[in-house]
Design a protein around this ligand. Structure first.
Ligand code: FAD
Length: 212
């Protein structure tokens, strides 16, 4: 276990928080995750890297879970305090091939690995389909090429599609050989996989990272 100094914590709409801390000796590739905790707690929780591979600070985004063990404590950490970290691991997105037609699919903070990947690599052949309650709930929305992101919003009509990510996939025609990377809640992941399989997508063409 090691420690890193916090640079900032910022709370956004919908209780999403971004924490930025010093890079220290942390090396990672986009799609990987790290375990962190506050020094007063015993158990670690896992978070996907949100920042780019080359950024000299690490950022993560997390949902503040009401009555959660770590996140309410993490969100009130201040600049200059330390977090404990360990275990950079994972291989989500490691088989990405820019010659394929790739879909990145997320809800909530599940956008983190895709943000890291898009900010890290010069890749072209991807579409991000992201689900949020409203367009205001997408942090750093200007970081994404507007033509490559399909925002599915359930509580406003300012996105590209009114409804959930799963409904979006039910209603479109898919190139069956596309590759699908899914990240977020288990319910969204399971529902999306079932829809893709019903549309003839092979299980080998689906990868996912489940948060809870
Ligand atoms: C590989 C991996 C990567 C992850 N990356 C991220 C990430 O980048 N950002 C992120 O926010 N979380 C991420 N998570 C989830 C994270 O590890 C914690 O589970 C989450 O932050 C809750 O921690 P907690 O201690 O506050 O709540 P806990 O006390 O552990 O959980 C309380 C309850 O909240 C539920 N819960 C957990 N997360 C959420 C959520 N987002 N919304 C609603 N309910 C939830 C749990 O199922 C549990 O029932 C990741 C998990 C894994 C396995």
């Amino acid at each position: 276990m090691a420690q890193s100094k916090i640079i900032s914590t910022e709370i956004y709409d919908n209780n999403i928080c971004k924490i930025i801390f010093e890079k220290d000796n942390i090396e990672f590739v986009a799609g990987q995750h790290i375990q962190i905790k506050t020094p007063n707690l015993f158990h670690f929780r896992t978070y996907s890297f949100y920042s780019s591979e080359t950024c000299n600070e690490i950022s993560l985004i997390f949902k503040i879970v009401l009555n959660g063990y770590l996140t309410p404590n993490l969100a009130i950490m201040k600049n200059g305090e330390y977090i404990d970290y360990k275990n950079v691991s994972g291989n989500f997105l490691s088989d990405f091939n820019d010659n394929n037609n790739n879909y990145f699919i997320s809800n909530g903070t599940g956008i983190a690995p895709f943000h890291s990947f898009i900010k890290s690599r010069k890749v072209e052949n991807w579409t991000l389909v992201h689900g949020a309650k409203t367009t205001n709930h997408v942090i750093d929305s200007s970081d994404y090429n507007r033509e490559k992101i399909i925002l599915c919003t359930t509580e406003d009509t300012k996105g590209d599609y009114k409804g959930r990510v799963t409904q979006y996939f039910k209603n479109i025609q898919l190139e069956r050989n596309s590759k699908f990377y899914i990240c977020g809640s288990s319910s969204m992941i399971i529902e999306t996989i079932n829809i893709l399989k019903n549309k003839g997508v092979a299980y080998d063409n689906i990868s996912y990272e489940q948060y809870y």
